[in-house]
Design a binder for this molecule. Sequence first.
Ligand code: SAH
Ligand code: SF4
Ligand code: F3S
Length: 506
Amino acid sequence: MNNYKNNRMFHFDEISKMAPAEEGDRQRYFIEQVRTIWKQKFEDLAASGEAKERYGEAVFARLMEEGRCGTFHIATFGCQMNARDSEKLAGILDQIGLLEVDSENADFVLYNTCTVRDNANQKVYGRLGYLHTLKRKRPDMIIALCGCMMQEPTVIEKIKKSYSFVDLIFGTHNIFKLAELLERKLTAGKGIVIDIWEGTEQIVEDLPVDRKYPFKSGVNIMFGCNNFCSYCIVPYVRGRERSRKPEDIIDEIKRLVADGVVEVMLLGQNVNSYGKNLETPITFAQLLRQINEIEGLERIRFMTSHPKDLSEELIAAMRDCKKVCSHLHLPLQSGSSRILKEMNRRYTKEDYLALVERIRAAVPDISLTTDIIVGFPGETEEDFEETMDMVRKVRYDSAFTFIYSKRTGTPAAAMEDQVPEDVVKVRFDKLLKEVQAISAEVCGRDVQTVQKVLVESLDDHKDGYVTGRMENNTTVHFPGDASLIGKIVNVYLEESKGFYYMGRPV
Ligand code: SAH
Ligand code: SF4
Ligand code: F3S
């Protein structure tokens, strides 16, 4: 893909030459620079008497009380990788002195985009239209776009042409540079600042993070993907696989635990190939065993596991490590070995079934969830029936089902025999119905037992109740108050409601 590095509309200014060379220090330097500029803007606005009207009484009061200098809003599309990236971006904006608000009516609005399926892209274009109307009323608003969609040159062309009110664009490899890019935008004046990297070897540690939940957190263990499943755009937009060093991961988790976190979700596109390319190679199973030893940590989750790389060593680690939750997300994609081959998944239906058997033998109460694509090019009625057969055989706790979406530049996009939309729709509905029926049966299996539940929030629907998750990720509602949030409580599951339970604490 093109490299937009040479396509910058603005060059580094004098300030950027003065910035420190080490990346962490450099970005902290830019955070201070931007904070000074933004503070001045805010003071001017306050002096003109317009600030209260702009922010509304309540937000203005908070800005003054907390000594902040403006507002920001981040909308996140896509997967947990993006959600974690947004927490890092929010951390930088927080240090600049901006206050996070729920609405897009803010001084700085950032869309962290996803491009895995076309509907993810369409959502962003739709929302951009709305942002334009907001910006007309608030001309100094800064609109920024980042994330996977921005790694596609055709997207950048389209935004430059049809959405020229956008101020700043960056990609997936340089989110740590947000403050530096903002500085460039704020000092450059009119025009769009674009900085997209084709790939990177760099992993920048120790930048600020603003977590969404105090008690649980995602933790990146690796970035990128080398698998090139033939339908998938992720390897093109997230680059090659890079693992973080185990000591950096462990240090981060220890710091999180010291800060109140009890559950971590280890994140990677294929965690089973973690550590292979490190200077001192280590397996994912070894990493899990080390994390399991961290005192004060209660639960370990991870996602995603590619079936082709799921080792016996990992199954043993899942069996032995008490903190590893009895839940495995194991994307199937298709039940037809022929289609799996076309998808470049590198396992067969039989391999997958045998794997499920081995996992269930080692961890009998494990919950299995999956992803399935319907309508991959060339999928016949027989292929589809193989997928239905797998769903009946494995009996997933839940399954995310997707209609195949053609992604430009992937091998599958050029395949003949794209399946007609109406045929796909019929198959999709049939699969969804089967998945849901099985899920309703399977999810109720723990009724009338006592389970550990991590309380996540007050119940949205019922006063005096809280909502939490079991180890296998099923939701439970039971009587309680805000003091329980972030705690693990023993709950008797009184009644199964299909996809969730009602219980009482014991
Ligand atoms: N790395 C993960 C998946 C990341 S994308 C893995 O390999 O399992 C999440 C899911 O989106 C995939 O599992 C797949 O089911 C779905 N997906 C990816 N590309 C798609 C496409 N072109 N059309 C429809 N679904 C797709
Ligand atoms: Fe996409 Fe396959 Fe990589 Fe998952 S493993 S991100 S589906 S290419
Ligand atoms: Fe989407 Fe990028 Fe995740 S394409 S699914 S946000 S890795």
